[in-house]
Design a protein around this ligand. Sequence first.
Ligand code: HEC
Length: 143
Amino acid sequence: MFYQWIRIACVSWIFITPAAFAHEGATGVVKDRMDRFKESKEIMKQLKTRLDDPAKASELANRLLDWAQVMPDYFPVNSNPPPSEALDRIWDEFAAFEQAARDYEEATQAFIDVASQNAAGELPTAYRAIGQACKDCHNRYKD
Ligand code: HEC
């Protein structure tokens, strides 16, 4: 009975580990950027509920902007060992990748500008533009 339990525990461990701890293997700059991206996702979630509050929305979007400005620095050449989901294409066309980061930065800046004009009515559209910039980059550069 006890051994049976151990066996089940071991087998489940093997199957559960890769999914649950996929990011455990990430180190250095890869782990750093994954953390920043996870944080971005969290900020986007919070931002969605604050579109009627330009001051708070602006504060959140500024955190996205900070990351946008340094993002390409977190992609040194060929830094995509597993479990990274970054595609080789990033380094095949790094200028285009930097442009994608800039497009994202501009969408984030546009959102902040709208927020600073207190134009809450325009925030949902500006928010969608940020989300689209995330998606555009993922479609081309993320597995
Ligand atoms: C210029 C390109 C680019 C932009 C813009 C971008 N991402 Fe990413 N994102 C990537 C790449 C490349 C990866 C894969 C990184 C890796 O696994 O090494 C990634 C990974 C992620 C991940 C997975 C992180 C993990 O733990 O594996 C999340 C979540 C994410 N991005 C969210 C976002 C959100 C939200 C936005 C916009 C607010 C965004 N990203 C904007 C390129 C981008």
